[in-house]
Ligand binder design. Structure first.
Ligand SMILES: CC(C)(COP(=O)(O)OP(=O)(O)OC[C@H]1O[C@@H](n2cnc3c(N)ncnc32)[C@H](O)[C@@H]1OP(=O)(O)O)[C@@H](O)C(=O)NCCC(=O)NCCS
Length: 184
């Protein structure tokens, strides 16, 4: 994928190591908004750490175990989506999402995840896409529900963020779920 149009000047593209300065600028500008929910909002502190993260995902892409995409609005990086994990053998993957606050509320993540999910289901034959979030993250929960994902439960005390132990709410979408956009 070089660039996939999501309409209205919005593009979904691979987010690669050479985007590190742009990625750092987007994260840095949205740090307070992202930090309660997204580990990289703490870990990406400069262009070097931004590049390190993108390079790690370049390795995941080469291994077919993860992928990172960016969402550009009128040429500006405004967020992204990722396969945090991609297990082609098991047919199970996990999607992650983030936006700068100015880009939220426009359905951008909704459109981007649909593109990724159709690719995962239709082209890669995946069976299950997971969406994990903090039960306190209302916007993330709403975004998962808007996609037709099913809530499966809460894993108590299952991860740490910024030194705090957190629960994880688990959503998933299966290739066999009666969600029409999967088959568009
Ligand atoms: C979670 C997050 C990505 C959700 O962003 P979002 O823009 O609300 O998500 P969606 O793409 O589903 O867009 C839905 C919003 O766009 C609106 N919208 C406009 N056009 C739309 C369309 N064509 N399709 C769907 N929604 C559309 C919806 O009405 C909704 O607006 P509302 O929130 O005012 O009700 C964002 O809040 C974020 O980045 N948060 C911080 C990081 C984070 O928490 N990441 C998730 C970690 S698990």
């Amino acid at each position: 994928m070089l660039a996939y149009s999501l309409g209205d000047g919005v593009q979904l593209r691979d987010l690669e190591a050479w985007h590190a300065p742009e990625f750092f600028a987007a994260v840095d500008g949205a740090r307070d908004y992202l930090r309660p929910w997204i580990p990289f909002a703490t870990k990406v502190t400069d262009v070097v750490t931004a590049r390190e993260l993108l390079q790690r995902f370049a390795v995941f892409r080469a291994e077919d175990t993860g992928r990172m995409y960016g969402i550009w609005v009128d040429g500006k990086l405004c967020g992204g989506t990722l396969f945090k994990d991609f297990n082609a053998h098991m047919g199970v993957c996990e999607v992650g999402v983030w936006l700068v606050p100015e880009a939220a509320g426009r359905g951008l993540v909704n459109k981007a995840v649909k593109v990724m999910a159709r690719w995962a289901f239709q082209e890669r034959g995946m069976h299950r896409i997971e969406w994990l979030c903090d039960p306190a993250n209302e916007r993330s929960i709403a975004a998962a529900q808007r996609l037709g994902m099913t809530v499966e439960g809460v894993q108590r005390g299952s991860w740490m963020l910024n030194g705090e132990r957190k629960d994880t709410m688990v959503f998933a979408l299966l290739a066999t779920d009666p969600v029409t956009w999967i088959r568009d």
